[in-house]
Design a protein around this ligand. Structure first.
Ligand code: ADP
Ligand code: MG
Length: 700
């Protein structure tokens, strides 16, 4: 029998109440289990010692044996630093502390031999090591040393309170002592055999105290696999349970609206990808389960028509449908576009946004409840409690990443039983991330642009080339094209950004004077009606140039606009740049995207700009974005729970993730309720994990 891993960490010998508090607050370690799952960030070779004359100016981590020969306090801008002279036979270096000086001063003895470990800096003609890990030589020699010594995650507070890596390692050793290093197996034999995974106990021992590099690698693989396996299992189970428990409205009929539209009013031939996705959606709607589908498709891939035709299926079955978009501009545009398509079919459709008039609202509320209104388009105004449907059958959410999961579920509860839900996003989420975050949704992908689109030419220009850019703009306008100029508007520096926008607008107005040129401007501080008016002027071709902040990022469709100029492009994220670029290239003409920046560019900015210039593939761009920013940033904090991985890395461990998903799927396919004896271990691990996870989620 293995030790009870739910034992509070306070009970471990050598921990005590103070350390227990710190471990809880700093590292979230409450139990033995949490401690065993504190996986090292990396490993260092503690069998190698450097002499001082061997040190290099490369800021590497080194271990040095020497004698402490004196202390000095050095005044600096704020406070002072403590400096110790440290000597060996080959030379002299300095040890430096900026904090905890009193404690250091009292606990170290001049004239004694120590082993120090840390990063060596080359600083004003000398090597120095700030905040070294330091240990008496005699003590150091009595400890076990390894060529692969684990380095644990830590925090400044832990270090300051004396819980160094050495202390953590000792506590970990104690845990292995008390548990005899025996831990219950958490994967089934069949999975382990098939992948030749090492046992849980061996994996845990070797992840903390690796015996050989090979065993370390196998431990890492096993633990990463396990972590990803259970996440996938949870997501797939959720999806399965959902499908079996929640009955959807079966949309059995493909009726008049759909066929009439398809045969007589379809404005263009659908792409193969659109057809395939529509088939997937129709299949969902016709089954007995409630649809929960994510539709991914690059900007301009034609998601709107898919949404509309899905709604027609809803109407054919006597249900109401709604489409929610994140901004007013986008809702208006959807409304105008769909209104045209609804007219010949005699479908009633309305628009509801924050700026809808009270009288209009009342009419909408009434007609929704009595069923006279068939399609409602709008912003999150749709989520207000007053908005009640008679029988909402399908809810579509455009640009999902702008809405939280909470909002998605609010739509769900608009009805006695949940409507089918289709969420659409133009921010392609890399497959690996989608698998982890949206594993509980079914995913459809439009991976083909409508025929005849010319790839957008993208270039990067520095600010001092502006005159050439102006000339280019004039040429394009002379050909009858229209141009977007976008300025960043980032919340924290809103005032400055606003000023940049206005300055930019002024200089553009000077360069492109009336009456020859007409300019629109749209930004967040304008009234909705003014924004609409300006957007409308641009959409109808009355104005040549649209100066805007990122309010136009999402969804706006003006096919005659063929040039997108992005100012301070280095300040935009990759997915935003890609979104913005997607505003052009919608017509038959050659389109251009010009990324303007200053000369001062960080490494990441350069990578982003190069990626934009080289690639037009949203999925490829999303992969780079994921590498640059990490998954947490991309998905926002709401989903970070799923991504709060202890050992696996969604970007680097893609292959393991795919394997984990494959195995989770095949286990559940064979045994959906995990009832077989051979899956007992999976079921109990899963139960324990979800219980345990929920508890901590609830508390934090
Ligand atoms: P997004 O996926 O970015 O929402 P839209 O639905 O706005 O894309 O479509 C972009 C443009 O392409 C629209 O003008 C739309 O009418 C047009 N479009 C969509 N599908 C096709 C198609 N199969 N053939 C030609 N044009 C299409
Ligand atoms: Mg769209």
């Amino acid at each position: 029998m293995s030790a009870n891993l739910q034992t509070p960490i306070d009970y471990l010998k050598g921990v005590g109440p103070n350390r227990a508090d710190l471990l809880r607050s700093e590292l979230g370690i409450h139990t033995y289990q949490d401690l065993i799952n504190l996986f090292p960030n990396r490993y260092i070779d503690r069998t190698r010692y450097y002499t001082i004359n061997e040190l290099q100016r490369n800021n590497a981590e080194v271990q040095v044996i020497g004698t402490l020969t004196g202390f000095r306090e050095v005044a600096q801008k704020r406070g002072k630093r403590l400096v110790a002279d440290f000597k060996d036979d080959t030379g002299m270096m300095e040890l430096v502390w900026f904090r905890g000086q009193k404690w250091i001063r009292e606990s170290l003895r001049i004239g004694k031999s120590y082993v120090v470990f840390g990063r060596s800096n080359w600083f004003s003609g000398k090597y120095s090591m700030p905040h070294p890990e330091i240990e008496l030589k005699e003590e150091h020699e009595s400890n076990l040393r390894s060529a692969m010594q684990a380095i644990y995650p830590s925090t400044e507070k832990l270090t300051n309170k004396g819980i160094s890596n050495r202390v953590l390692t000792k506590i970990m050793q104690q845990l292995f002592l008390e548990t005899k290093g025996r831990f219950a197996e958490t994967l089934s034999d069949s999975v382990r055999n098939e992948l030749k995974l090492i046992s849980k106990s061996d994996a845990l021992l070797n992840i903390h105290f690796p015996k050989t590099p090979e065993l370390l690698a196998r431990s890492q693989f096993r633990l990463k696999f396990e972590e990803l396996f259970y996440i996938q299992l949870q997501l797939i189970l959720k999806n399965l349970i959902h499908k079996s428990k929640i009955k959807g409205f079966p949309f059995d009929n493909v009726g008049d609206y759909f066929t009439t539209f398809y045969n007589n009013h379809l404005p263009f031939e659908l792409t193969n990808a659109q057809k395939r996705v529509l088939k997937e959606i129709r299949h969902d709607l016709g089954s007995n389960a409630q649809m929960n589908r994510l539709l991914q498709g690059d900007v301009g891939s034609g998601k709107t028509i898919v949404a509309f035709m899905s709604m027609l299926i809803g109407l054919d079955n006597g249900f109401q449908c709604c489409l929610m978009a994140p901004t007013e501009i986008l809702s208006v545009q959807h409304y105008n576009g769909l209104l045209e398509m609804c007219k010949p079919l005699n479908i009633s459709i309305s628009l509801l946004t924050g700026s809808s008039k009270t009288s209009d609202r009342r009419a909408i509320h009434k007609n929704l409840e009595n069923g006279a209104l068939q399609i409602l388009i709008g912003t999150h105004a749709l989520l207000e409690d007053k908005v009640k449907f008679k029988n909402l059958g399908l809810a579509i959410i455009d640009e999902q990443h702008r809405f939280g999961v909470a909002q998605r579920s609010k739509l769900w509860h608009k009805n006695s039983s949940p409507p089918h839900v289709l969420v659409m996003t133009a921010t392609p989420i890399p497959r690996t991330l989608a698998m982890s975050v949206y594993g509980d949704l079914d995913i459809s992908i439009i991976d083909e642009l409508p025929a005849g689109r010319k790839p957008i030419k993208t270039v990067h220009r520095y600010d001092n080339n502006r005159l050439k850019v102006f000339k280019f703009m004039k040429d394009e306008i002379a050909k009858g094209r229209q141009i977007y100029i976008v300025y960043p508007l980032i919340q924290e520096s809103e005032k400055m950004d606003y000023k940049d926008l206005m300055d930019g607008y002024e200089s553009i107005s000077r360069e492109f004077p009336l009456p020859e040129y007409q300019i629109s401007i749209v930004h967040g501080k304008m009234k909705a009606a003014d924004k609409d008016y300006e957007m409308q002027r641009f959409a109808t071709g009355e104005t040549n140039i649209m100066v805007a902040t990122t309010v136009i990022e999402v969804g706006v469709n003006v096919p005659n606009a063929s040039v997108m100029i992005i100012e301070s492009a280095e300040r935009f994220g990759l997915s935003q740049l890609h979104q913005l670029r997607g505003r052009v290239g919608r017509g038959a003409e050659q389109s251009y995207c010009i990324l303007m920046t200053s000369h001062k560019l960080s490494k990441d900015s350069k990578t982003r700009l190069e990626t934009m210039v080289c690639s037009s593939d949203g999925f490829e761009i999303a992969e780079v974005d994921l590498k640059l920013r990490g998954p947490g940033d991309i998905m926002g904090t709401q989903q970070s729970g799923v991504l709060n991985l202890k050992i696996a890395d969604i970007v680097k461990d893609k292959a393991i993730l795919e394997q984990a998903r494959y195995f989770a799927k095949s286990v559940l396919k064979q045994d959906p309720s995990l009832a077989l004896p051979e899956h007992k271990v999976i079921l109990s691990t899963y139960r324990q994990m979800s219980k345990y996870r929920n508890i901590w989620n609830y508390i934090s």
